[in-house]
Design a protein around this ligand. Structure first.
Ligand SMILES: *Cc1c(COP(=O)(O)O)cnc(C)c1O
Length: 231
């Protein structure tokens, strides 16, 4: 499996470039985060040798060991799973960008623990666009208040929005959600509090990243197409 990682990285890069060009965007404006959950450190090292620098993890405990094993490499780590408040202090030590802030409570806790290590933690606000209570993410109507609160927190810097649409067999199913995240961003940007940036849109996975790029994704999170199917 590992021997194929470099080929998969090239293929994914080529698809990102093609998707960006098809809609008149600069491929360099799209960051590829390789989602390495459940994968051993050697797989991350292979992807790094193939040119990748950004990796995404869903579980704090798993990431802790992997990041320690790979600390000799200049990697940027992204947290993309659901973050419990009681894990915030580990997350700020481990991750460059946390994609899944969805409550004032979590934002305040991240600010507090980042302050203790004199870090300004970069985060994205995760938005739930499906209208389901069970999904992680703030509802669109809650985002303005969350941004106002985040703007007051000195050790937190909001860089944009993230979403995880419901699963569809047909990748076209996700596209309206990507469009909605971009529209929400465009609306909020006009009144965004000072110090808050909404430049980043983290959206798109193996099954639907081309549609996400067409709708303005600046970060795509891709696991299966790089590392193969998870067991
Ligand atoms: C697992 C995961 C991904 C990657 O999914 P693939 O379909 O394997 O590309 C992206 N984003 C999040 C939030 C995930 O949990």
């Amino acid at each position: 499996m590992s021997a194929e990682i470099p080929e998969c990285v090239s293929a994914v890069r080529a698809r990102i470039d093609a998707a960006a060009r098809a809609c008149g965007r600069d491929p360099a404006a799209i960051r590829l985060v390789a989602v390495s959950k459940t994968r051993p450190p050697q797989d991350v090292a292979s992807a790094h040798e193939a040119g990748l620098t950004d990796f995404g993890e869903n579980y704090v405990q798993e990431a802790k060991e992997k990041i320690a094993a790979l600390r000799h490499l200049p990697l940027r780590w992204h947290f993309i799973g659901h973050l419990q408040t009681n894990k915030a202090r580990f997350a700020v030590r481990l991750f460059d960008l946390i994609h899944t802030v969805d409550s004032v409570r979590l934002a305040r806790e991240l600010d507090r623990v980042a302050g203790r290590i004199s870090k300004v933690q970069e985060v994205l606000i995760q938005v739930s666009l499906s209208g389901e209570e069970t999904k992680s993410g703030a509802f669109p109507e809650e985002v303005p208040a969350l941004l106002r609160e985040a703007a007051l927190l000195p050790h937190l810097r909001v860089c944009g929005l993230m979403t995880l649409p419901p699963y569809f067999d047909d990748p076209r199913g996700a596209r309206p959600y990507f469009a909605r995240l971009r529209e929400l961003r465009d609306r909020l940007q006009q009144e965004a509090p000072q110090g808050v940036s909404l430049a980043e849109l983290s959206m798109g996975m193996t099954g639907d990243f081309e549609a996400a790029i067409a709708e303005g994704a600046t970060i795509v999170r891709i696991g299966t197409a790089i590392f193969g199917r998870r067991g």
